[in-house]
Design a protein around this ligand. Structure first.
Ligand SMILES: [Fe+2]
Ligand SMILES: [Fe+2]
Length: 474
């Protein structure tokens, strides 16, 4: 169990390391002022029915209760240490897992931790205005839950920086509070985390697609030979699962509501669907195309010597590394990557070590495809012939082998002019955003009530009814 009487709740025996404790207690007010400045808008006085981690054991790890978000107990929680754990891949395979940072990997590891850490506050910043247009109290509570946990993930990375990287680490921890999503001068590190999240459809797409990128990155870091990083990421994954649940069920409920209306009124034309005040499936498809394409860019270049180095050094493994039945060295293995040659997309085989980004992207795409399949079953059940689908991997890419090429959603190599002519069919237009936002002009917060454009969930939070008072506005 975690001791909540401490200023910074933790299971890392923080009280035994006074210097570290003082450094983190110094960072804490800076964090709170960041939360007050760019955390969820107008939310500071609300009592929110939130879960808080109380233990790192898989059963009964969280408790639920009303909390004012600035008083949320952000803490430092690591999965318990396994004394027999080893480095499980790369040239250091078989060594005992590192409890301190190996000198030669110091700057690379710091970079990996900072890049992961930077995404956590970024998403809070991106989502800060959405509380003002929530479709229900249930959804409002869920976005706040996601936000406080992203805040805790920032704490998790900042702990590692302070504990293991000395002065450089402290400076990085401060910089994590200084960058701002979308800021022209001091933006967040990764592209997708500088895109606005303008409405709730975008929020649900983001938590489905982009939080899942977070999951895959964390899974790879949970394999790290640097044991404190692995243990931190394992616990973060427990919380991350809920964020993807919010995304998948959120989109699913919007799909459900639209299908119900289409069926009831026997309509299928997007204009007729919009006239009923719900979101047409065509618009949802354009959101899918956008969020999928910007998210798969986050995996980096298809062929990457950095990815190879991270792996060979034992710093960042593959998804489910220890479940893979190969030599975990990949010295002679190959992996297929795509390349655009002329007007054709060709597959070529490269060293599996340099293709690790691409492999992770492919692992991710498989899981995303299954989720899209579940949305389609809702449409199918309603007897509507429309199906959502993922665009081709090369569509609308800014990083990797497809960057600079004009690939259609079907994977056809086009000229710039051809592509641009089709773009309004494929990506949300200003007019789409305007329409979606017009549905979300105010918040719906009557007990048990849901906005017209979204179906209620099948159950409430923590077995509470749907008409439970998830947020008290005071
Ligand atoms: Fe996170
Ligand atoms: Fe998340």
């Amino acid at each position: 169990m975690i001791d909540y009487t401490e200023k910074i709740p933790n299971n890392v025996d923080l009280g035994r390391d006074r210097v570290l404790q003082r450094a983190l207690e110094h960072w804490q007010p800076a964090y709170l002022s960041w939360w007050n400045d760019v955390g969820p808008n107008e939310s500071h006085g609300y009592d929110v029915y939130l879960r808080t981690a109380i233990s790192v054991e898989p059963d009964g790890w969280a408790k639920f209760g009303y909390v004012k978000m600035p008083e949320y107990r952000w803490g430092v929680f690591l999965q318990p240490q396994d004394p027999n754990r080893q480095v499980n891949f790369g040239t250091n395979k078989g060594q005992p897992a590192w409890q301190e940072v190996p000198g030669e990997y110091r700057s690379v590891l710091r970079r990996i931790i900072v890049t992961q850490g930077d995404t956590e506050p970024a998403s809070v910043e991106q989502q800060r205005m959405l509380g003002l247009s929530c479709p229900s109290m249930y959804d409002l509570r869920n976005i706040f839950q996601v936000n406080v946990e992203e805040g805790r993930h920032l704490w998790a990375m900042v702990y590692l920086l302070h504990r293991y990287f000395g002065r450089d680490g402290r400076e990085e921890a401060e910089a994590l509070l200084a960058r701002r999503s979308g800021d022209a001068d001091n933006p967040r590190i990764l592209g997708a985390f500088n895109e606005p999240t303008p409405d709730w459809l975008a929020f649900f797409m983001f938590t489905f697609f982009t939080d899942r990128d977070g999951k895959y990155q964390l899974c790879c870091l949970a394999e790290s030979g640097f044991d404190p990083l692995a243990r931190t990421c394992r616990f973060m994954l427990t919380e991350e699962a809920h964020h993807m649940f919010v995304g998948e069920t959120g989109v699913g409920r919007i799909v459900q509501r639209t299908c119900d209306v289409m069926k009831e009124h026997k309509i299928s034309d997007p204009a007729d669907v919009r006239a009923m005040g719900v979101i047409d499936l065509e618009t949802m498809q354009r959101y899918v195309n956008f969020h999928f394409s910007v998210t798969i860019d986050l995996y980096g270049s298809d062929v990457s010597s950095n990815a190879a180095n991270y792996y060979t050094s034992g710093l960042k493994g593959r998804f489910e590394e220890t479940k893979i039945g190969d030599d975990h060295l990949l010295a002679d293995a190959e992996y297929p990557v795509s390349e655009v040659i002329g007007d054709k997309i060709v597959t070529k085989h490269v060293s599996a070590l340099t293709a690790l980004n691409e492999r992770l992207r492919d692992d991710y795409i498989k899981e995303v495809e299954a989720g899209v399949g579940r949305w389609n079953r809702i449409i199918e059940k309603a007897g509507i012939p429309f199906r959502l689908r993922l665009p081709h991997k090369g569509f609308h890419r800014a990083i990797g082998n497809f960057a600079g090429h004009n690939i259609s959603v079907d994977g056809i190599v086009m000229t710039k002019e051809q592509w641009e002519r089709h773009a309004p069919e494929w990506l949300p237009s200003a007019e789409d955003y305007k329409y979606v936002q017009s549905l979300m002009s105010g918040r719906v917060v009557e007990l048990g009530k849901f906005a017209n454009w979204i179906a209620p969930p099948t159950r409430g939070v923590n077995n509470q009814p749907l008409n439970f008072e998830y947020v008290r506005f005071n």
